[in-house]
Design a protein around this ligand. Structure first.
Ligand code: MRU
Length: 370
């Protein structure tokens, strides 16, 4: 997508030096746009853990490129396999909830296991990293195509009586993927098709991915939006001001239970109470085909309390961090919650839209039937 009219992805290999990965460092957006060089597994692990890059799809792509850097490092080590395994474990330990991380790591290990020499393994890891990133972008584009039809049908029912009002939580935009985004792809596609859309953007405390990232993205693409405090959605739904909710997900069980940014569950409850359709958009890399009970089985990341105690912004043009709570306040920081499948109207995937249940999901992905 474009940044001030210039097309960017969130992660790429430097053209003049293919041993260098570059990322958009998201920590200071929207106030500063910084590109960061990532030279080794240590730097990639830190970039994922400290959220220079974040969002399920992008975490997967970063893990893919991380394993390419790991293969380069291993090719200079005494024991290729031991070095690679160490890097795998290090990358895997960065963030627990988004399943794209381990999916990408395992895909790299499998790809490298198909060839014999170290040089071939390095080449194979590069091809695979590129494939993961390209596929992520292509899948998100397809999510946009399918989601566009959903939004078009709502617009037709509204028959010009106002924009289609879509509420989203956190950032499941192109910054959370390689390009296009999952929840935002149908929004961008609709806007490009000249359907009148307006987005309610949940600010998404504590890290404010909605207020900082989703708002910035939508603005860059010219999509009308309004940032709202996290607790406003229910009120808007009661007053007919939300036509549709679309969120992303960090891991979706084969039963249709959806893990997403903390607070999503409350939005789904409010949507169900007000008959507002609640859709979740995801590429197939975000399904966890091994689990059925999302609440019991999806690991929920807990992050440091300072993310709750402090907020970041600018003051007189300078980035600053302010303390919100009493100095010694205890703070709990659960990063995700699980929305049970019964509250999810449908899943928008690269292959089409299905219901949030095993039968319907496997209908779209029959190769996953066992
Ligand atoms: O903690 P983050 O920023 O990595 O969380 C990810 C998210 O932005 C959301 O949970 C998102 O809706 C799903 S990721 C596409």
């Amino acid at each position: 997508m474009n940044v001030n009219g210039v097309p960017y992805r969130t992660i790429w290999l430097k053209e003049e030096d293919p041993s260098l990965v570059q990322i958009i460092d998201q920590r200071n957006l929207p106030h500063e746009f910084n590109i960061e060089d990532i030279r080794d597994v240590t730097a990639m692990s830190a970039a994922i853990q400290e959220m220079h890059v974040r969002g399920a799809g992008l975490i997967g792509a970063a893990a893919g490129y991380g394993m390419y850097l790991a293969a380069l490092e291993a090719s200079r080590a005494a024991d290729f396999d031991a070095s690679l395994r160490e890097s795998y474990d290090r990358l895997k330990a960065t963030r627990p909830t988004a399943v794209n991380l381990v999916w990408a790591l395992d895909r790299q290990i499998e790809a490298m296991s198909k060839v014999d020499t170290v040089a071939e393994k390095v080449d194979r890891s590069l091809e695979t990293a590129r494939a993961i990133a390209d596929e992520d972008a292509a899948f998100c584009r397809s999510i946009g195509v399918h989601g566009l039809e959903l939004i078009r049908s709502i617009a037709e029912k509204k028959n010009g009586s106002g924009p289609v009002n879509i509420l989203t939580h956190c950032n499941a935009g192109w910054l959370a993927f390689v390009d296009h985004g999952s929840a935002t792809a149908p929004i961008y596609a609709s806007h490009d098709a000249r359907i009148d859309v307006h987005v309610w953007v949940d600010e998404t405390r504590p890290r404010n991915q909605g207020a900082r990232l989703t708002a910035w993205e939508l603005g860059q693409h010219g999509v009308p939006y309004t940032v709202i405090p996290d607790n406003v959605g229910g009120h808007l739904m009661q007053h007919g001001q939300v036509d549709l909710v679309i969120t992303g997900t960090d891991r979706t069980a084969v039963s249709g239970d959806v893990a997403n940014k903390i607070g999503t569950y409350l939005k789904a409850l409010a949507a169900a109470d007000n008959n507002v359709p609640f859709y979740v958009a995801l590429p197939s890399s975000t399904f966890d085909w091994e689990i059925r009970d999302g609440v019991a089985e999806i690991p929920i990341e807990q992050r440091g309390g300072d993310e709750v105690r402090y907020a970041q912004g600018t003051s007189e043009g300078r980035l600053t961090r302010v303390l919100l709570t009493p100095e010694s306040a205890a703070a709990a920081n659960y990063a995700f919650d699980v929305t049970p499948a019964r509250l999810v109207t449908g899943l928008i995937t690269e292959r089409g839209i299905c219901e949030a249940n095993e039968e319907s999901i496997l209908g779209l992905f029959p190769e996953k039937r066992r």
